[in-house]
Design a protein around this ligand. Structure first.
Ligand code: SAH
Ligand code: SF4
Length: 356
């Protein structure tokens, strides 16, 4: 059966029209789904009992099942949600001064196999559908009483959002509808390992922000860390960034994971700056969050600061991303569940979710 939370407002209008019902019923239903946050069609009191029953026979609303919620000492909250086939995804809410940022998963697992990433190690299970992507925001909004409501959304949870492209776009459409959750496109950021054709398409078809997980300054280095680089090497990736349809006053975020002895040398900082020349950019340095399963280490604080200094001297905008929620494993690492909710890692880890 069709999960109607995967349908945009327009599609719900079409759905109603095709069944001989007035289009505005679609709009009403969309509003009830996302603004009134109903969990079943029976709750739409604006509809007659007959209509509700008729719709309930053909339509499904799947509500993400909350498996756990953990709250960090720094206020970060991490949820695990069970999907209808029992796979688990995680969502994190990161508090800022006057708002919070919601970090959403786009896939269960990931097929990209980056060497530093536990989600990569876990492999790929499936794409999330639009209702499961946007539904994470809904589930969080329903549950938060302790934090400020989210203003920003980042696709930095589990999975590669540009490998689930159509569902991502649909979810963004749903999340930004003024009849629904009404997030601003400008406050949504999609993070990618570098699937070039879809970067270009993202620029054409949405005005969401772009974050690139660059993590290396030579192709030899990046080939080793991120297999996607063999398909779309650094020059191709950065050319796509140069061509990216960047809304006025915006910049592309470049995430740069610092791995001790691998990509944290002063020459790397200088090469990074040279590579980004001409691209409106800001750099987020992410000191690697260690986990036993991954054979990399976090650089000493001094070399992280030196790396940042070099970039600053070369006129780059650069911050060191604060790790939040480390005590509840929401700061970084990955979700590492087996197919159905049984943890197979010693740790309860979640994707690199600390965004500030
Ligand atoms: N697939 C997308 C989005 C999810 S990963 C992407 O790769 O961009 C979100 C961020 O977490 C990426 O920048 C990723 O490289 C980073 N990351 C993964 N494992 C990490 C770790 N152990 N420590 C720090 N950052 C990590
Ligand atoms: Fe996938 Fe991103 Fe992890 Fe790479 S870093 S394996 S693309 S989730």
């Amino acid at each position: 059966m069709l999960d109607i939370r995967s349908l945009s407002c327009l599609e719900l209008e079409t759905y109603m029209r095709e069944r001989g019902l007035p289009e505005f019923r679609g709009r009403q239903l969309f509003k009830w789904l996302w603004k009134n946050r109903i969990t079943s069609v029976q709750e739409v009191t604006e509809f007659s009992k007959e209509l509700r029953e008729q719709l309930a026979q053909h339509l499904l609303i799947y509500n993400l099942e909350q498996v756990s919620r953990k709250i960090s000492v720094d206020g970060t909250i991490k949820w695990a949600f069970r999907l209808r086939d029992s796979l688990i995804v995680e969502t994190v809410l990161i508090p800022e001064k006057d708002h919070s940022t919601l970090c959403i998963s786009s896939q269960a697992g990931c097929a990209m196999g980056c060497a530093f990433c536990l989600t990569g190690k876990m492999g790929f299970f499936r794409n999330l559908d639009p209702s499961e992507i946007a539904g994470q925001a809904l589930a969080v909004l329903r549950d938060i009483t302790v934090a400020k409501p989210p203003r920003n959304i980042v696709f930095m949870g589990m999975g590669e959002p540009l490998a689930n492209f159509e569902n991502l776009l649909k979810a963004i459409e749903i999340l930004t509808s003024d009849l629904g959750l009404n997030f601003s496109q400008r406050r949504i950021t999609v993070s990618t390992c570098g699937i070039v054709p879809n970067i270009i398409e993202l620029g054409r078809r949405s005005s969401a922000g772009l974050a690139i997980s660059l993590h290396a300054t030579t192709n030899t280095q990046r080939d080793r860390l991120m297999p996607i680089n063999k398909a779309y090497p650094i020059e191709t990736l950065l050319n796509a960034c140069r061509d990216f349809n960047l809304p006025a006053r915006r910049r592309i975020t470049f995430e740069y994971l610092l791995l001790k002895g691998i990509n944290d040398a002063p020459e790397d900082a200088r090469r990074l700056s040279a590579l980004l020349r001409g691209i409106p950019s800001k750099i987020n340095l992410i000191p690697f969050n260690e986990c036993p399963e991954i054979p990399f280490s976090e650089p000493e604080r001094d070399s992280v600061l030196r790396f940042q200094e070099i970039l600053k001297e070369l006129n780059n905008t650069v911050i060191i991303r604060k790790s939040k929620g480390r005590d509840i494993s929401a700061a970084c690492g990955q979700l590492f569940y087996d197919r159905h909710d049984k943890k197979i890692s010693g740790k309860d880890l979640t994707g690199c979710l600390s965004c500030s």
